[in-house]
Every structure is written in structure tokens, then in C-alpha cells.
Design a protein around this ligand. Structure first.
Ligand SMILES: [Zn+2]
Ligand SMILES: [Zn+2]
Length: 311
């Protein structure tokens, strides 16, 4: 099969053996579409430590090709997407069906979806409503990641803001709209006017959500919140951040670092049309175009590109 493989310093489209069902609860998928994420770029450029060689990609939708002997409820021919978190299946939290703190990730620790076929454990597979397109289904992971901000306890009546203007902030706003939040101001700290506008809100906000964490963003968040306010850290920043605790101390902020919301809830938001993501979609490309697509994605995070591995 065709696959986009990262091996040490190289990323290439290669012809490789198709993955096989090895565990009894494995599911083999024919990938229809897979979205490109900031995390894939971090992995491709060596910023995130991943296994080598590795098929990148964790935002995928496709059709079940075959299932292992113990799989129930998932059958060949079913249209599905995945939750890319791979549980360790050994820790106390896994045994009690809680989120695993020792987890791996599809497309980082195991081969992913930038390939014609992929194998994932059955628990990671989410069947799709017939009305949901593969394109929207492959957007499920970013929607679930944005939904996570609601875990911080923020409420529509509170005064909030978003830092970082990109497709993540737009998606976040769509989701907050669906849950009755007002339209939040979005500040791009690289823009002098935005920076000044945010500075003028000093100590006025109940919460600030970031979509691209940096040391400067953390400092700006702590300035903008009221005493006891909430800093919602949403981005999967790999770089170490610096902050002086003493600068945060007087306000006694709550720092809420969030991972994922509920994947079925993310799917139902997409199926019901309560969030409309078409403006956040770039286009569908062949894997062979990956260099151009990766380069553009690094320049602009306005829209998400997708790969169709069959092209
Ligand atoms: Zn992603
Ligand atoms: Zn675990």
C-alpha cells in the first residue's frame, strides 16, 4: 500500500506492506480521508519524539475492512472514524475505564492514517451516521479536542477571550456558540493592535483560552484574568514554557490543562449540523503532494488540508 512514512530525518511516500490484524481486538480500516494536524508536522520535523519508521496521521475516517476474532459490534463495510488515544490497558485507570495517563497515540506511537490501510484497536473505532461525510468525520478529533475546554468549568455568563487567531480559535468559537456562549474576542499577540486591546482588558476576564501556548501567551493570560480567574491551556505545545510563578501568585489563577472532550459528543455535533466546519476545510490532496501541503500548513493554520491515500 501507499503510505506517508517518517523515518528519522526523512518523510516520504513509500510502497509498504499493508498492516495486519495481530491482536484479537484489532480492526483493519481502508482509509478514505485523513486530516493534517499541527501534531503531524511536529512529528515530521522531529520536534516530537515518535517511533521510527512511522506512518503519520491520526485524524482519519474510512471503512472497516476486517476485524479480529474478539471484536463485537464493528463489522466489515462499516463507515467509521477513530479516537486516536491508545490506552496502555494495564494501569489502574484503564482497568476502571478512565482516561489512561500512560497512553500512546495513533500516528505517533503506532502507525497512523496517512496510508491506504490502518489497524487500530476496536475500542478506538467510532461508527458513523450514514449522513456524515468522511470529510466531516475526519474532523472529529479536532472537534473533540476543542470540546475539552468545557471541562474547565467556564460558563456562558462569564467574560472570556481566546488567544491565538487560527482555525483552532474558529473551531473553538463554533463549539462555544453551540453551547450558548457569546462570541468571544480573539487576540493575535503578533498583532500590535490586538496586543494593546488585550492589555486594556487587564484583570477583567473570568477566563482566557489559548490556542497556541508560549511564554508570552501565558504572561498575557495571567494579566488579563481577574483574581481567581481561569487559564485554559488547550494547545498541545511540545516546547517548554517559562513563567515566573511570582507573577501569577497574587491572582491565584486556576490553570486548567485540557486534553479531549467526549468523541461521541463531537460526532453528534457534526451530524446534527450544530457546528458547521466547511470554512475550516482546505482541500483534499494526494499523499504525493505532501511536501507542498506540509509547507503551506506551516505557513498558515487557517484551514485544515486532508489526504486521500487512494489518489
Ligand atoms: Zn489532530
Ligand atoms: Zn492505562
Amino acid at each position: 500500500m501507499k503510505a506517508l512514512v517518517k523515518n528519522r530525518n526523512s518523510v516520504q511516500v513509500v510502497n509498504t506492506a499493508a498492516p495486519k490484524i495481530t491482536r484479537e481486538d484489532d480492526v483493519l480500516l481502508q482509509v478514505a480521508l485523513a486530516g493534517l494536524c499541527r501534531t503531524d508536522i511536529y512529528a515530521a520535523t522531529g520536534k516530537l519524539k515518535v517511533k521510527d519508521p512511522l506512518v503519520l496521521g491520526h485524524e482519519l475516517a474510512g471503512v472497516v475492512e476486517a476485524v479480529g476474532p474478539s471484536v463485537e459490534g464493528i463489522k466489515p463495510g462499516m463507515r467509521v472514524t477513530i479516537d486516536p488515544v491508545l490506552r496502555c490497558r494495564q494501569c489502574h485507570r484503564c482497568k476502571h475505564d478512565l482516561s489512561c495517563t500512560n497512553s500512546g497515540f495513533v500516528g505517533l506511537d503506532a502507525d497512523g492514517g496517512f496510508a491506504e490501510q490502518a489497524v487500530v484497536p476496536a475500542y478506538a473505532v467510532l461508527p458513523l451516521d450514514d449522513s456524515l461525510s468522511f470529510l466531516h468525520a475526519a474532523y472529529c478529533e479536532p472537534v473533540a479536542a476543542s470540546l475539552a475546554v468545557l471541562k474547565s468549568g467556564i460558563a456562558p455568563a462569564q467574560k472570556g477571550a481566546i488567544i491565538g487567531k487560527n482555525r483552532f480559535s474558529e473551531l473553538l468559537q463554533l463549539i462555544l456558540d453551540a453551547y450558548g456562549f457569546p462570541t468571544l474576542p480573539v487576540f493575535d499577540l503578533n498583532d500590535a493592535v490586538h496586543k494593546a486591546e488585550l492589555a486594556a482588558l487587564e484583570s477583567q476576564l473570568d477566563y482566557v483560552i489559548e490556542t497556541y501556548a508560549s511564554s508570552a501567551v501565558l504572561a498575557a493570560m495571567s494579566k488579563a484574568i481577574k483574581p481567581g480567574g481561569t487559564m485554559v491551556l488547550k494547545s498541545r505545545q511540545y516546547e517548554p514554557l517559562q513563567f515566573r510563578l511570582i507573577d501569577f501568585l497574587k491572582k491565584e489563577p486556576v490553570m486548567h490543562v485540557v486534553n479531549y472532550g467526549d468523541f461521541p459528543e463531537a460526532l453528534s455535533l457534526l451530524v446534527s449540523g450544530r457546528i458547521k466546519i466547511d470554512n475550516l476545510i482546505d482541500d483534499v490532496y494526494a499523499l504525493s503532494n505532501f511536501e507542498k501541503v506540509f509547507e503551506r500548513a506551516q505557513d498558515s493554520e487557517a484551514k485544515k488540508p486532508f489526504f486521500d491515500p487512494s489518489l
